[in-house]
Design a protein around this ligand. Structure first.
Ligand code: FMN
Length: 201
């Protein structure tokens, strides 16, 4: 039985455009794989803290030397890492806010990048320690960025690749604030791409 991890990061929760694309993805895959288990990681609801010296310090402290506060910081991170490692598919609802990812998603990314656990450095460079699996980025943008000055998707792909996740497919819904015609067309095309992506699973 397969597990899909859905990482929701819209500040508009399930009403977000990226969340609605994710719902289409999940419903379509569920129809094909009724046994599918869906795990929702709502990084906005989680309200994870910004990474700071105490969090980074806890990550770098060997288990035997951690105090109670450091131990609970590491346990929260460990749980998030176990969740993503256990998934067979990952869907990330990816809004663009001020040219980048939601800060809540960045806080999540900062929780799951752990030396020796999700990546390591070797003589020949960095090696990701999460087994590769299909990852779908479902992007939603008010404007159009894809072919000029898109720093968001390249950043997310670079980050995921660092952890070992290199099989990443991106589906774009752009121009959502550019009038109904543009928005409806973008949503329609993204929906078609989602259905075709799911058909290949
Ligand atoms: C705070 C904020 C910042 C935004 N910044 C951008 C931006 O830089 N570029 C863009 O194309 N759209 C921008 N938008 C529009 C969003 O990308 C658009 O509303 C999209 O649907 C957000 O995804 P969501 O509905 O899943 O939250 C912004 C929206 C908000 C609320």
């Amino acid at each position: 039985m397969a597990t899909l991890l859905y990482i929701q990061s819209s500040i508009f929760n399930e009403n977000g455009q990226s969340s609605q694309l994710a719902a289409t993805f999940i419903d379509t895959l569920k129809a094909k794989q009724p046994e599918l288990t869906v795990v929702i990681r709502d990084v906005v609801a989680d309200n994870l803290p910004h990474i700071d010296a105490s969090i980074a310090g806890a990550f770098f402290t060997p288990e035997a030397d951690r105090n109670n506060e450091q131990q609970s910081i590491v346990e929260r991170s460990d749980a998030l890492i176990s969740e993503i490692k256990a998934a067979d598919y990952i869907v990330i609802g990816l809004p663009m806010y001020n040219f980048g990812i939601p800060s809540q998603l960045k806080a999540y990314f900062d929780q799951i990048a752990r030396a020796g656990i999700t990546f390591k450095y070797t003589d020949t460079g960095a090696v990701g320690l999460i087994d590769d699996k299909p990852v779908y980025l479902l992007t939603a943008r008010g404007g159009i960025h894809k072919d000029s000055g898109d720093y968001e998707v390249p950043y997310v792909k670079e980050y995921l690749g660092f952890l070992g996740l290199t099989s990443v497919e991106t589906i774009y819904a752009e121009g959502l604030n550019m009038g109904d015609d543009v928005a409806n067309k973008a949503r329609g095309e993204a929906t078609k791409e989602i259905k075709s992506a799911v058909a290949s699973l």
